[in-house]
Write a protein that binds this ligand. Structure first.
Ligand code: URA
Length: 236
């Protein structure tokens, strides 16, 4: 059973399937421990990664897990798919079934994908107000020029969502390639933005999300575990 930030007494009642009032004597006897320390206060807030025991029985023991994957083209950002290999199929870890994807990439986009079982961490990274920068490299069919730089910086109106996109920093790196930094993630955003110029995206790669970068050490399809400092995941 997973808790986010529930009260200890409610957590115990629910996981032991006993009435709330029966939890008090257990708390008083000091047989309930959180991370190995007896807790008497039923209102103590527990999170999904606290180790909770009652009379020596483990009720919750779950470690936070953070992964950085190099997604190849043709692999789908889903946990299950009938047709394509999924990002989870590429992961060999005993707790992989707990993972969810932090910000998806399209099937034909390659690059950095983060996965975790820590909902607070992923919410923080994907919340629109966090404006976490995401860096991409793009190759398009037709030559680029300053009109693109200006239009991306000004923002574009997307009728479906009735929004104007946040400024996108576009740096042209050759006639048909560019680096971009997005601070939001609308559906097919980059392809739709180049679509305004009727310029098809031929290749798209994500190289960074916030401070997480994809370096040459990870081949397509490989992943590594991330060390996320406690402050970086929970600000209680
Ligand atoms: N924009 C797109 O169009 N596709 C992606 O995968 C990511 C951003």
């Amino acid at each position: 059973m997973h808790s986010k930030h529930s009260r200890l007494d409610r957590f115990i009642a629910k996981s032991c399937q006993i009435p709330l009032k029966s939890v008090k004597p257990l708390l008083a006897r000091g047989v309930i421990t959180v991370n190995g320390v007896p807790v008497n206060d039923g209102q103590w807030r527990v999170c999904e990664f606290d180790r909770i025991e009652c009379q020596g029985t483990m009720l919750q023991h779950r470690s936070p897990l953070y992964l950085l994957l190099h997604k190849p083209v043709g692999v789908v950002c889903a946990t299950r798919d009938k047709q394509h290999t999924t990002v989870l199929d590429l992961i060999d870890h005993p707790a992989k079934d707990e993972l969810h994807i932090v910000g998806r990439l399209d099937l034909n986009t390659s690059g950095l994908v983060l996965l975790t079982n820590d909902g607070r961490w992923s919410r923080r990274l994907t919340a629109p107000e966090s404006k976490v920068p995401k860096r991409y490299q793009v190759r398009v069919k037709d030559p680029l020029d300053d009109r693109y730089v200006q239009a991306f910086a000004e923002g574009m109106y997307f009728e479906t969502e009735n929004i104007v996109t946040a400024p996108v920093a576009l740096t042209i790196t050759s006639a048909t390639t560019a680096d971009l930094v997005l601070t939001e993630g609308k559906y097919h955003q980059i392809k739709r933005m180049f679509g305004r110029f009727r310029n098809p995206v031929l290749a798209l790669h994500r190289s960074a999300v916030g401070s997480y970068e994809l370096d040459d050490s990870l081949a397509p399809g490989e992943f590594r575990l991330l060390e996320v400092p406690r402050d970086g995941r929970h600000s209680r």
